[in-house]
Design a protein around this ligand. Sequence first.
Ligand SMILES: *[C@@H]1O[C@H](CO)[C@@H](O)[C@H](O)[C@H]1NC(C)=O
Ligand SMILES: *[C@@H]1O[C@H](CO)[C@@H](O)[C@H](O)[C@H]1NC(C)=O
Ligand SMILES: *[C@@H]1O[C@H](CO)[C@@H](O)[C@H](O)[C@H]1NC(C)=O
Ligand SMILES: *[C@@H]1O[C@H](CO)[C@@H](O)[C@H](O)[C@H]1NC(C)=O
Ligand SMILES: *[C@@H]1O[C@H](CO)[C@@H](O)[C@H](O)[C@H]1NC(C)=O
Ligand SMILES: *[C@@H]1O[C@H](CO)[C@@H](O)[C@H](O)[C@H]1NC(C)=O
Ligand SMILES: *[C@@H]1O[C@H](CO)[C@@H](O)[C@H](O)[C@H]1NC(C)=O
Ligand SMILES: *[C@@H]1O[C@H](CO)[C@@H](O)[C@H](O)[C@H]1NC(C)=O
Ligand SMILES: *[C@@H]1O[C@H](CO)[C@@H](O)[C@H](O)[C@H]1NC(C)=O
Ligand SMILES: *[C@@H]1O[C@H](CO)[C@@H](O)[C@H](O)[C@H]1NC(C)=O
Ligand SMILES: *[C@@H]1O[C@H](CO)[C@@H](O)[C@H](O)[C@H]1NC(C)=O
Ligand SMILES: *[C@@H]1O[C@H](CO)[C@@H](O)[C@H](O)[C@H]1NC(C)=O
Length: 377
Amino acid sequence: MAHLIVYCVILTIISVNCRQIPHINNVFLQPGYTSNSTTISNQTLSQCLCVSSLSCPAVNWFPNGTCQVFYSFPPTYRIRSMTAARLYFPQKTYPNASLCCMPDINYLLNKLQSASVTLANISNPRDMLIDDSGYLVTVEMSLNYLHRFNATDLTSISRTAIPGYYQMTVAYDQGVFYSTPNAGVLMNAINSTTLAPVSNISMALIKDPRGILFLDKSQTMMITSNKNQSLLFFNRTSIAPPQYIYTYSQVVNNLSPHGVWYVNDSYFYVTSYAQKLVFGYSKNTTTGQWNEALIVNASMLTTSGGSTNIVIDECGRLWVPQETNTVYIFDQQGVLVGNYTIPGLAVSFMKIVDNYIMYLSDCANNQIMRVNPNIQC
Ligand SMILES: *[C@@H]1O[C@H](CO)[C@@H](O)[C@H](O)[C@H]1NC(C)=O
Ligand SMILES: *[C@@H]1O[C@H](CO)[C@@H](O)[C@H](O)[C@H]1NC(C)=O
Ligand SMILES: *[C@@H]1O[C@H](CO)[C@@H](O)[C@H](O)[C@H]1NC(C)=O
Ligand SMILES: *[C@@H]1O[C@H](CO)[C@@H](O)[C@H](O)[C@H]1NC(C)=O
Ligand SMILES: *[C@@H]1O[C@H](CO)[C@@H](O)[C@H](O)[C@H]1NC(C)=O
Ligand SMILES: *[C@@H]1O[C@H](CO)[C@@H](O)[C@H](O)[C@H]1NC(C)=O
Ligand SMILES: *[C@@H]1O[C@H](CO)[C@@H](O)[C@H](O)[C@H]1NC(C)=O
Ligand SMILES: *[C@@H]1O[C@H](CO)[C@@H](O)[C@H](O)[C@H]1NC(C)=O
Ligand SMILES: *[C@@H]1O[C@H](CO)[C@@H](O)[C@H](O)[C@H]1NC(C)=O
Ligand SMILES: *[C@@H]1O[C@H](CO)[C@@H](O)[C@H](O)[C@H]1NC(C)=O
Ligand SMILES: *[C@@H]1O[C@H](CO)[C@@H](O)[C@H](O)[C@H]1NC(C)=O
Ligand SMILES: *[C@@H]1O[C@H](CO)[C@@H](O)[C@H](O)[C@H]1NC(C)=O
């Protein structure tokens, strides 16, 4: 990646010092959540490299004459573009791959405690998503509305009545919202731009649908069924308007499968609402069956509420709300690593987007919340 130049530093105090310093043009190193560096302004490039001498592994040189000297490689960083900037490696050593943005969960939880918070009133909000227009979208369970918000300030953009009773979930795929009423046999497919219905999808074989996810480039739709204790798989038979038909189901070994999280076409997570568990499902490509593995057991942590939802952050941690004021956080092995407690809230669903901005829906108390911990990833 870096290439070599011969760079001569001539100074009166220090003797003539000719060194080859590897560098990359037009980039700088942006440290993550922690770093040890000094910034000195009004430096010539040679002064800057002299200051850094051999003791610093990385040096940013900015075209405005600012020099940033790192005493050690930051564990988390990004390489950013900037015309005429230069990134030097005076020790001819290079950083390891960056860790994820927030490897220290306690640091992140502290940031969340002092985050900026925006609230909006809404009746019975369920699952949330960000659509391709950048809107935050949810469904009001009762009475049955699809509601779009500005994702930054949570002002209402549109509120559209949709058919069916008790909307339990909403999903988004390729310009279409899919919402499922609890009572009723038709899933609503709605154009996300015009908000006009585009098709009805039969859910006659589903009792109490809860989570929706798309696999195989949207060829397959999987819906969790609370009452059937099954995952139901549907096959797409038409792209426009979208149409899916039921193909097969797989019984799960737990009560009330609920929230879903897509990892890849042969791995996803499903929560068990009543038992407060999270399972991983991996596809056996020989048989087409899904192998079930218990990942998280939150049943000892709280007796109220249920495990509605799961999200996985960019550090691979599992965030599992319980319809209480506490979201429990687990590592990939299912070990509890922390909790995020928001007094006065009962978190039913959540989303995490870039820079750990979070959206929390509180169905019981009729509100949604945006939390911005002011982190730059
Ligand atoms: C920048 O450095 C030059 C040369 O050392 C000096 O003449 C000038 O006053 C400095 N400017 C500032 C803003 O410090
Ligand atoms: C020079 O540019 C860097 C990078 O944009 C910036 O962080 C720094 O504040 C600037 N320094 C001055 C003195 O303008
Ligand atoms: C930063 O690096 C300097 C020089 O190696 C060292 O003296 C200092 O203790 C370090 N500071 C932190 C916070 O690690
Ligand atoms: C890179 O990772 C290795 C193995 O974990 C470690 O020994 C080494 O100190 C790391 N290097 C840097 C520059 O952080
Ligand atoms: C939400 O409703 C409560 C109670 O009616 C009201 O006090 C509050 O100002 C409302 N909040 C917003 C953001 O509209
Ligand atoms: C959302 O709100 C922000 C802040 O008020 C505003 O800058 C932005 O233009 C709004 N976006 C849309 C799509 O309305
Ligand atoms: C949604 O409506 C727009 C405007 O009529 C149309 O261009 C688009 O193809 C529709 N999308 C779907 C998925 O039906
Ligand atoms: C969906 O079904 C309802 C009730 O049968 C019907 O009124 C409506 O026109 C259908 N919508 C579409 C897009 O087919
Ligand atoms: C789900 O349960 C309903 C009602 O008990 C039943 O009619 C339906 O056949 C079941 N679906 C599957 C896929 O077993
Ligand atoms: C799914 O539907 C397509 C038609 O869109 C069909 O070609 C395919 O055989 C179906 N697959 C299954 C597993 O039913
Ligand atoms: C997939 O199923 C086949 C046939 O039952 C079995 O032999 C194989 O061990 C399974 N593979 C995995 C990874 O479970
Ligand atoms: C959350 O974590 C803090 C710090 O470890 C702990 O004191 C608190 O009891 C935990 N809360 C819950 C509800 O588990």
